[in-house]
Design a protein around this ligand. Structure first.
Ligand code: PMP
Length: 427
């Protein structure tokens, strides 16, 4: 095996030994060694500004100093690392803090399930519980929705390529049009209502509807507050459980802790993961309206439901939510980002871009095929990490850590602008 030359990062070892399934190392072809705040460094010492934030798992930045301090102290004191779902002081502290800092101030009442550490784990538990509670099997998902790679999560995911990977039919789900999917004129809630009311529609009454308030992987499609409220109303009319998958949009990404706060809806079940652990450590929650918590003890079980290291950093990260200043900062940076992206789109009309998203989840959708990928590739060569989104990778996505300084944001945006300028000149 070739020993890696620290001067020149080589992906040889990964190409030789790791499965073909690897993906992000293809988009960002270097070997990373260190990370702090919004910056990653590779083994050649090159710095990259991070507009990807671990796919949303690093809202509080890489190696956040306060979180790291608590984590190191816990490890130093031989705190329990693994505990299955035994009661630990770390979990107790997290549960109390989540209750007092997040749920109570928002007037929300949920029981907390630890479903296993990934977003897909949370989605699976939500689907399973909704079916158990209602005794119905069908679940409605949305066009361009993304919920994870396990079979249940894939069954409510839109992307054809990802669905095909299942290798078996993905049953017991129906895909309905997300807001704006058909055209801006079509009210897709009225369309769904028609299906649910008409005994000839071929769609049976579902157990649940699962929705992302902004479709992160599906192209930064934003559902309006009115649409979400109408969806909630539709669910109430028919006794359908509303599941909000806040795995990517939760933990402040859109400007509020939960992405549905602005709409004022109260989902029956909420899926959270990615940044809930705070430090990039795996952790997920399934929030359940208390009356729906009819699980039998151990009915949904697993080995990794007690990542105590994540409980420590998760509890510490909640300090960001004790006042409104963090949320205000996200809103201000979100506005700045929106203005900047609008300017770029206007500056390079040849690329036919439109700005999508809100908060620190925004991007540019390009009409011309392949442009978003080219822009992100070019940005990487200039020291900026950005990924694409959308079924055809048509959106260049800006998703920095929420703690990003305004100056860093502007620095990254300058690279994005330069990349767009070059790609436009090459058309
Ligand atoms: N739901 C949403 C909305 C997501 O964006 C993702 C991951 N991108 C998932 C679920 C799956 O999470 P994980 O990759 O941790 O399984």
């Amino acid at each position: 095996m070739k020993i890696m030359n620290p001067e020149k990062p080589s992906l040889h070892v990964f190409e030789l030994l790791e499965s073909e399934v690897r993906s992000y190392c293809r988009s960002f072809p270097t070997v990373f060694t260190r990370a702090k705040g919004c910056t990653l460094w590779d083994s050649a010492g090159i710095a990259y500004l991070d507009f990807f934030a671990g796919a949303g798992a690093l809202n509080y930045g890489h190696n956040n100093a306060e979180l790291k301090k608590k984590l190191i102290a816990y490890i130093q004191n031989d705190g329990v690392t693994h505990s299955l779902d035994m009661a630990t002081a770390a979990k107790e502290q997290f549960l109390e803090k989540f209750q007092t800092t997040i749920l109570e101030p928002r007037g929300l009442s949920y029981k907390v399930q630890f479903p296993g550490p990934t977003g897909a784990n949370s989605v699976e538990s939500a689907l399973k519980l909704a079916r158990k509670v209602t005794g119905r099997s069908t679940v409605i998902g949305f066009t361009n929705g993304f919920h994870g790679m396990t079979l249940g999560a894939l069954s409510v995911t839109g992307n054809k390529f990802k669905r095909r990977g299942a290798g078996v039919p993905l049953h017991h789900t129906v895909s309905m049009p997300y807001e704006g999917y058909m055209s801006d004129e079509v009210d897709t809630i009225a369309y769904m209502r028609n299906y649910l009311q008409d005994s000839g529609s071929g769609v049976s009454l579902p157990a649940a509807i699962i929705v992302e308030t902004i479709q992160g992987e599906g192209g930064i499609n934003v559902a309006s507050a009115e649409w979400l409220r109408s969806l909630e109303q539709l669910c109430k009319e028919h006794g359908i459980l509303l599941i909000v998958d806040d795995v990517q949009m939760g933990c402040g990404r859109t400007g509020t802790f939960f992405s549905f706060e602005e709409a004022g809806i109260r989902p029956d079940i909420v899926c959270l993961s990615k940044s809930i652990g705070g430090f990039g450590l795996p952790m997920a929650l399934t929030l359940i309206r208390p009356e729906l918590d009819i699980w039998e003890p151990g009915e949904h079980n697993g080995t990794f439901r007690g990542n105590n290291l994540a409980f420590i950093t998760a509890a510490e990260a909640l300090n960001y939510w004790e006042t409104t200043s963090f949320a205000n900062g996200i809103a201000a940076k979100g506005k700045l980002l929106h203005r900047q992206l609008q300017e770029m789109v206007a500056a390079y009309p040849l690329l036919k871009g439109t700005v999508r998203g809100r908060g620190l989840m925004q991007g540019i959708a390009f009409e011309l095929e392949g442009i978003a990928e080219k822009v992100c590739e070019r940005a990487f060569t200039k020291g900026l990490i950005m990924e694409t989104s959308g079924t055809d990778s048509e959106v260049a996505k800006v998703m920095p850590p929420l703690v990003i300084e305004e100056a860093e944001l502007m620095r990254g945006l300058a690279i994005l602008r330069e990349s767009m300028m070059e790609i436009a000149a090459e058309q």
